[in-house]
Design a protein around this ligand. Sequence first.
Ligand code: NAG
Ligand code: NAG
Length: 245
Amino acid sequence: MSSVKVMLVVSLFIPAVRPGSDLFKLKCLPAVGILAQTTVIRCFFKNTTDIQILGVYLTKAEQKEPFFSQVGLERSGDPRFSLENLAVGPSLQIYDTMFSDEGKYQYRVITDSGAKEIQFSISVTAKYKDLITSTWPEYVIDGGPASLYCNATGGYPEGFIHWFDHSGTNWTINSELTKVPKNISGVKSVALSSKLTFKSINLGLAPFRCIIFNSKYVQDGENTLKIASAISSNVTFCAKASERV
Ligand SMILES: *[C@@H]1O[C@H](CO)[C@@H](O)[C@H](O)[C@H]1NC(C)=O
Ligand SMILES: *[C@@H]1O[C@H](CO)[C@@H](O)[C@H](O)[C@H]1NC(C)=O
């Protein structure tokens, strides 16, 4: 008697599921993670409101075994991965993002309305930090030659450095950017050094500021250059003395 009931329920249930599974869609947005921070991969269902997630399987492209999976409350695989807010959708979260997380993924979501599979990609960036400025010569003479340096490390992919004087005039066009790619045991970065050269510097334009942008032109930091001026009577005397020689 009871087995007949079950059969009936199941046979009613299956035809009800099929059309739903064709109608609803799964979408995931491409994610850009920041090295060592938490990355969220936004995924959501379209054309449905009432849906329950039963399990998810995340597989790296070109691999067979899931990298991370969760069925019910049981998780397995990389412990840095988790479902962000199961009640809202199948969004994923990566704690302590690494460069090795970059790449294409196959994401399979099992719901009470059927299963869906989707591909998405993750790229990882690192923030520029440790902005260091310097001048050549160390003591700059007003009207004399000078080079201003602004260096930054730790960022990836390669970013940009722009220069401005105290009034906001853009001097970037006169600067030269040097990029040095690094890869220290899988941690990628591109060290940047920008050199702004003056044949004859006007110290009235100081202080100069350098601004560092990441590869997507989002500001990562800025620094104001302290220019040590050599306008002391001593230096003036030396300059005059050398003129006479
Ligand atoms: C900035 O980088 C340049 C080029 O690599 C180097 O000559 C200069 O000494 C660096 N400045 C500082 C303060 O590290
Ligand atoms: C400053 O100049 C650089 C190089 O010419 C340019 O790419 C950048 O957009 C300028 N920035 C601003 C804020 O005008």
